[in-house]
Design a protein around this ligand. Structure first.
Ligand SMILES: [Zn+2]
Length: 274
């Protein structure tokens, strides 16, 4: 699933090619991709101008006019692609937006877990998922983020993945930041000092910034808005490296399911408590 850096890279690419353009037509090829009555979706967005493309957590958002937002939750395999000409739909094309200048936007989603909505300002603010999102990790300090979990009894990895604690972090950046901070994914936040938690969020911020610079991480089929793969997967230190040697101590990385997700860690370098 694309996480914060990948969605950020996609949104920057789309902003460049789409801002200022107007949607002329909408063709919905898979009704279940649209999480509202399809006719309402179509009638809301047709004729509207794309004023801004941005990201909140793992959501890609297109603002239309003053009071409408298309939200794309890409989930496992969703992609939003800007084409210079019309889109010729293929098997996994779910929605096509035709633009007045002859270009088009394609929502492509192999696994069909992606979710698309068109919401006005009030509906967006009242949407439970959106309303409960925690702060953007690159917009607040590591101290503030640490303050949200200090003393909590839950496992640290579960807290990192909890979108109401911090927005946009998924499995890749959780494993990478925990390794870089020397914290075991199963450690309880309450067993760690405030200093350790600040270091963890500092590492999370660093890894997210680095990944954005490198165009995101390409695992499975992630590509940016222009169809290019990311490069940060080449800088992974721990994620997906179960059975390989820890670059810091040489011990073999272990794997376990933590917070419902497969996790990789070095039991020598990553501590359970302070
Ligand atoms: Zn190690």
């Amino acid at each position: 699933m694309p996480e914060l850096p990948e969605v950020e890279v996609i949104s920057r690419g789309l902003a460049e090619s789409l801002e200022g353009k107007t949607i002329e037509s909408v063709k919905i090829l898979n009704h279940s991709s649209v999480k509202m009555p399809w006719y309402l979706f179509s009638s809301r967005v047709a004729g509207e101008k794309i004023t801004r493309v941005h990201r909140r957590a793992k959501l890609l958002i297109m603002d239309l006019g003053e009071d409408l937002h298309i939200t794309f939750h890409l989930k496992m395999t969703g992609r939003v692609l800007a084409h210079e000409g019309p889109t010729t739909p293929e098997t996994h094309t779910r929605i096509v937006f035709g633009l007045t200048d002859g270009s088009s936007i394609e929502f492509h989603d192999t696994r069909k877990f992606g979710e698309v909505r068109a919401l006005n300002n009030d509906e967006l603010q009242e949407w439970d998922f959106y309303k409960n999102l925690g702060p953007e990790p690159l917009e607040v300090t590591a101290e503030e983020l640490a303050g949200r979990i200090v003393g909590r009894k839950a496992q640290i990895k579960g807290l990192l993945l909890n979108q109401s604690v911090v927005a946009g972090c998924g499995n890749i950046y959780a494993d990478e930041s925990l390794f870089r901070a020397g914290i075991h994914p199963k450690a309880k936040a309450s067993d760690l000092s405030k200093e350790s938690l600040v270091k963890l969020f500092f590492e999370l911020q660093a890894v997210l910034k680095l990944a954005i610079q490198e165009n995101g991480s390409s695992i499975r089929d992630y590509v940016d808005a222009g169809g290019d793969a990311g490069g940060f997967q080449n800088s992974f230190k721990a994620y997906g490296k179960k059975g390989e040697k820890c670059p810091d101590c040489g011990k073999v990385f272990e794997g376990a399911t933590v917070a419902g997700r497969s996790s990789t860690f070095c039991s020598d370098c990553q501590k359970m408590k302070d």
